[in-house]
Design a protein around this ligand. Structure first.
Ligand SMILES: Nc1ncnc2c1ncn2[C@@H]1O[C@H](COP(=O)(O)OP(=O)(O)OP(=O)(O)O)[C@@H](O)[C@H]1O
Ligand SMILES: [Mg+2]
Length: 283
């Protein structure tokens, strides 16, 4: 089934694509006037197949979030191109960007920090609809309640504020807000990290249901290769600003070509075996 799916995706042109993307940051050294450069993205070539779940993995600081922000057009790269739905969009005008933004949404790990604490749940979900003038008045509130139901939150909680929700419920709220504008592409930057395992599984199931219902394309950034190994169609591995390996998940896991992918997979196996040893010792 997965192999057939992979073949099906491979025949379609990419929904989103980065070509030769580079981004350099200049950082000030602590307690010093000296500054140094960080090449967060180095000539990145990256393709995301439509209606697929592509996972982006790599060690901390390898450039995953920078690539995500560039793909979401929240940050400009120094060099290279971003393509979306077959068009080069990196040099879009403000007007073109306004039309493009609703199609690409991001959900972050720390939704408590990303959601306005003074807003009610309904206001949080309704805000993008209001800004884009898609709905107004009573219809706006009822659409927000529909979206709450769609992500498994009771509309009776429409007047609650983010801090009155649990971590998993807040992620559902962030997802409802992200899908409000009917995007094509959702970027999930560590969106399930930091949740307990059963809540993680529930949120992932919700994401997979939404993907089916709305033909969404996902880019899932995750440190958790165990999780990626279960749900991704495609996997890309980043190291020091470069995509060092990209391919169908089964192929990458069964036959990793790059030594960094092998190292990452070995570290998951080591973690699992240490965990089992510790469990056995503790009994
Ligand atoms: N706004 C910024 N200003 C300066 N340096 C930055 C900025 N954003 C990212 N960097 C640097 O760019 C590099 C890549 O960062 P990025 O956040 O993309 O990595 P990441 O793979 O998402 O890491 P993590 O897994 O820890 O989230 C890091 O060295 C980081 O310090
Ligand atoms: Mg990151």
């Amino acid at each position: 089934m997965r192999i057939e799916e992979t073949a099906r995706h491979a025949l379609k042109p990419a929904l989103a694509k980065a070509a030769g993307l580079s981004k350099r940051y200049v950082q000030r050294a602590p307690f010093s006037y000296k500054s140094f450069v960080i090449d967060a993205l180095v000539d990145v070539e990256f393709d995301i197949a439509p209606a697929s779940l592509t996972a982006l993995v790599g060690e901390s600081g390898s450039g995953k979030s920078t690539l995500a922000r560039c793909l979401a057009m929240l940050e400009k790269a120094d060099r290279g191109e971003i393509w979306f739905e077959g068009k080069e969009v990196s040099r879009s005008s403000d007007r073109e960007l306004k039309a493009l933004r609703p199609k690409i949404q991001m959900v972050f790990q720390d939704s408590a920090g990303a959601l306005n604490p003074g807003f009610t749940a309904a206001q949080i979900i309704a805000e993008p609809l209001e800004v884009q003038r898609r709905e107004s008045g009573a219809r706006l509130h009822s659409r927000a309640c529909e979206l709450m139901e769609e992500v498994g939150l009771s509309p009776n909680w429409a007047d609650r504020r983010p801090l009155e929700f649990s971590g998993g419920q807040r992620q559902r709220l962030a997802i409802a807000r992200a899908i409000a504008l009917k995007p094509a592409f959702l970027i999930l930057d560590e969106s399930v990290s930091g949740l307990d395992l059963s809540t993680q599984a529930q949120i992932l199931n919700l994401l997979l249901d939404l993907q089916k219902a709305h033909s969404l394309t996902y880019l899932l950034i995750s440190h958790d290769l165990g999780l990626v190994g279960q749900i991704a169609d495609f996997v890309a591995v980043m190291q020091q600003g470069k995509i060092v390996e990209q391919g169908p998940r089964r192929e990458v896991f069964a036959n990793p070509r790059h030594h960094h992918t092998r190292e990452l997979l070995a570290s998951v196996r080591l973690l699992r075996s240490n965990f089992r040893t510790a469990q056995a010792g503790g009994r």
